[in-house]
Design a binder for this molecule. Structure first.
Ligand code: ATP
Length: 396
């Protein structure tokens, strides 16, 4: 197995790190790539008020997830679990022991590569891993990198690869920390990492979570879910806003409800139940077993309590999975937008899309019927509120 290792402080991880990682994955044909945030980098002092190592690990996990290669790209907290400074040689020895068959490749930008001979035990590092480097600024000379590769080969017998990135994102975490404190720099971050920074008030970024602009609300929502779900949430937002315009509902409310509708989707049963307890959500028998049904209720509570959405948006999120009898316009819009947003693809979705703009009640009814049918086919219980929604619409 070819295993890539990308170490760094990741304070915070940014698009420069990700552009290099994405290219190296393919250029080196890595089967796995592991981001390993340093607990205590040997070569630089952490500023006071820096995020905790756990927070850097969480941001790095979000950044890695944004590459959308789960199972191939991952994050390891192994350096955080060791005490003292994080020496690469120790990490490589540990990795080699755990994966004796693996071919290790250490990824690094120009600054790190040009000083490799000064690291602790470079001869061991280069024996345990190949070194792959890339320029991190246009001005970095490939000739200098190639000369250093030659020198490492001569002195230590190192295996090296010098990659020419097709796109260099010229930014450092140091610059980014300054920019963020001044209210800039978001474009250098994966949105989920920016959301995490907002939620935790890192790097001097201060927002009132209950009054976030749309972009910041999106970022917060994306930081709470897996990256593979972001396209769906984005699609639901677009669809909900279009439907609100078509049916004369409040577009901003439809937007905010859609942005947050799945914000607790990835919590496990225990976490869901904790939120239910916190917010006094009373569960029926079915909900106590089906974690999928809980996220609508807990998501609605978090949306109202943490992000300050109004009661009607809270209701729309609360009912978006099951529906209920006599839904409000906003509730119907979120229910059906979630069902048939542009990324959805299942038999009958085109009919739903057409109906949603012609007769909203008929679209919701068709959605209820499809869900009931699907649950029956899969031998799963149907939530009574979906049946009530269907019966109410049928009787209209
Ligand atoms: P700081 O500014 O705090 O020193 P940094 O931006 O250099 O941080 P690190 O987390 O220390 O980020 O870097 C980890 C690794 O990523 C290093 O090997 C570094 O050379 C590389 N790297 C950092 N920024 C870029 C970039 N913009 N493009 C390519 N590689 C980068």
């Amino acid at each position: 197995m070819k295993l890539g290792i990308y170490g760094g402080t990741f304070n915070p991880p940014h698009l420069g790190h990700l552009a290099a990682a994405r290219f190296a994955l393919e250029a080196l044909e890595l089967e796995r790539l592991r981001f390993i945030p340093a607990a205590e980098p040997p070569h630089k002092a952490m500023e006071e008020n820096s995020p905790s190592p756990r927070q850097r690990l969480a941001m790095t996990a979000l950044a890695a997830d944004s590459l959308l290669q789960p199972g191939r790209v991952e994050v390891s907290g192994m350096e955080l679990e060791r005490s003292g400074k994080s020496y690469t040689v120790d990490t490589l020895e540990q990795l080699k022991q755990a994966n004796p068959e693996a071919e290790l490749w250490l990824l690094m930008g120009t600054d790190m590569f040009l000083t490799l001979q000064t690291w602790r035990e470079p001869e061991v590092i280069t024996r345990l891993a190949g070194i792959c480097t890339f320029a991190r600024a246009q001005s970095d000379s490939i000739r200098t990198l190639t000369a250093q590769a030659e020198e490492l080969r001569r002195r230590f017998g190192a295996s090296t690869r010098v990659l020419q990135l097709p796109r260099i994102v010229e930014v450092s975490s140091t610059q980014l920390r300054r920019m963020l404190a001044d209210g800039d720099g978001q474009e250098y971050l994966p949105p989920a990492v920016y959301g995490y920074i907002i939620r935790h008030g890192l790097y001097g970024v201060r927002y009132d979570l209950r009054h976030l602009p749309d972009r910041e609300l999106r970022a917060c929502s994306y930081s709470m879910i897996q990256a593979k779900r972001i396209a769906h949430v984005r699609g639901t937002e677009e669809e909900a806003v279009r439907l609100a315009r078509r049916w004369g509902a409040d577009e901003e409310k439809a937007r905010r409800g859609a942005i947050l509708h799945d914000c607790t989707k990835y919590l496990n049963m225990e976490e869901q139940l904790q939120l239910c307890k916190k917010y006094g959500i009373v569960l029926d028998d079915l909900e106590r077993q089906a974690v999928k049904l809980l996220h609508a209720k807990t998501g609605a509570c978090v949306a109202r309590d943490v992000y300050g959405v109004s009661d009607d948006v809270y209701e729309a999120i609360f009912w978006h999975t099951t529906g209920r009898a006599d839904m409000s316009l906003l509730e119907k819009i979120l229910y059906i937008a979630d069902y048939m947003e542009p990324n959805r693809d299942f038999p009958g979705v085109e009919r739903l899309r057409e109906l949603a703009y012609r007769d909203l009640d008929q679209a919701v009814l068709a959605g209820n019927e499809m869900s009931i049918q699907e649950m029956k086919e899969r031998g799963l219980p149907v939530h009574p509120n979906t049946v009530r929604s269907r019966d109410w619409l049928r009787s209209k």
